[in-house]
Design a binder for this molecule. Structure first.
Ligand code: AMP
Length: 362
């Protein structure tokens, strides 16, 4: 079987690393052939070759939402796209995603969709504190502006925004959920996620399921979903509120590469290929630290790998500018507390107490 992956980033790279175990071939399509997912694939295609890409793949998936429509539409018309078009349409416009979740009676923060600065000013008075999130193209906290009642952030470009209540959460957490071609679902153990400046810095599993799986189950069912989905939550007063979902493998599921019986990447490939997708078990307390905005030297590798229970995934990107994820370190230990201690040591080794400098917008 040949699996086609739309988008050539690190998520595709890890799908190939994990999916090769099953004996599959991999095609990848992207405009930039230097990306890790393209380099590791058996065949790389450019977007004008989208028909060849789809025709030579038995099943097609995506590792990023903002990709060329031609390839999505053609793969969909050939009945090969998994998950399908609906989740990607919702993800391309945050207002559609939020409205879909609200209409499905799933827990989301109160929000209003606004199309002009005047609408935003008016709507902002409904909240004590809110965040304006650009409807199009935002991820990793990009295109987000804190808003106080009756004001408009100065630096904010005009456009469509979702104005959302600021959630005073106690924690952020996520669940990696999967659904096979017959509709059977499975869930990786939830993780606690720590974001700074809108980016995931590290996460630790296990984290207690505070109702997240139930919400995830309803969402996958509603979308008639096939594959793996990452769902991020705010936990407020012990209850989950969906922040957003990603119709693909997710950064907060990378810990499953080392700590689970099945990684999220293998799980996704199994699900879209029609193989069994059993409930994955957490073998060990585990987590990751992202490597953001810095190159890695042999000396640094040595220092990281001296910490027991670690593995490095280096994506091989040449440009390590600020806010760019260039790799991650997997960490396992005998308890979540010990994983956190190891993560603290790794953050110190990689960022020397100045992590926020590596997360600055340039
Ligand atoms: P996003 O790109 O929407 O996932 O947002 C990135 C991060 O910004 C989240 O993980 C939170 O840490 C923070 N954030 C986003 N939306 C809200 C909100 N409504 N209330 C509080 N924090 C938020």
């Amino acid at each position: 079987m040949n699996v086609g992956i739309i988008g050539g980033g690190q998520l595709g790279w890890m799908m190939v690393l994990e999916g090769r175990k099953l004996g599959y071939g991999f095609n990848s399509i992207d405009s930039d052939f230097s990306k890790p997912g393209v380099r590791i694939s058996d065949h790389g295609f450019t977007y004008p070759q989208y028909r060849d890409f789809v025709d030579s793949s038995d099943v097609v998936t995506y590792e990023f939402e903002h990709v060329d429509d031609r390839v999505l539409d053609y793969a969909d018309s050939m009945g090969k796209l998994r998950p399908g078009m609906l989740p990607i349409r919702l993800k391309r416009d945050r207002s559609l995603e939020k409205e879909f979740l609200r209409d499905a009676s799933l827990p989301v923060a109160p929000f209003t969709v606004v199309n002009s600065p005047e609408e935003l000013r008016k709507a902002s008075k409904e909240f004590d504190r809110s965040i304006a999130k650009s409807a199009m193209g935002g991820y990793d906290g990009k295109g987000q502006y804190p808003v106080s009642p009756g004001s408009i952030p100065e630096e904010m470009p005009e456009g469509k925004y979702v104005l959302e209540e600021f959630v005073d959460f106690s924690q952020e957490a996520s669940v990696i959920a999967s659904r096979d071609i017959h509709g059977k679902m499975a869930f990786h153990t939830a993780s606690l996620n720590v974001n700074m400046k809108g980016m995931l810095v590290y996460n630790v599993a296990p984290f207690p399921d505070t109702g997240m799986k139930d919400v995830a189950m309803k969402l996958l069912e509603k979308l008639d979903y096939t594959g793996v989905m990452g769902i991020e939550f705010f936990i407020r007063e012990g209850k989950p509120i969906i922040n957003e979902f990603s119709p693909r493998v997710h950064n907060s599921g990378h810990h499953t590469l080392l700590g689970s019986t099945i990684s999220q990447f293998e799980q996704h490939i199994r699900a879209i290929a029609g193989l069994p997708v059993p409930e994955p078990e957490l073998l060990s307390a585990s987590g990751i630290v992202n490597i953001i905005g810095r190159q890695i030297s042999e000396e640094l590798k040595n220092r990281i790998l001296e910490i027991p229970g670690t593995q490095i995934y280096w994506y091989g990107k040449d440009n390590a500018k600020k806010r760019r994820k260039v790799g991650h370190v997997n960490v396992v230990a005998s308890s979540a507390g010990e994983v956190k201690d190891r993560i603290d040591a790794l953050i110190d080794i990689m960022y020397g107490g100045n992590i926020l400098d590596f997360l600055e917008y340039s």
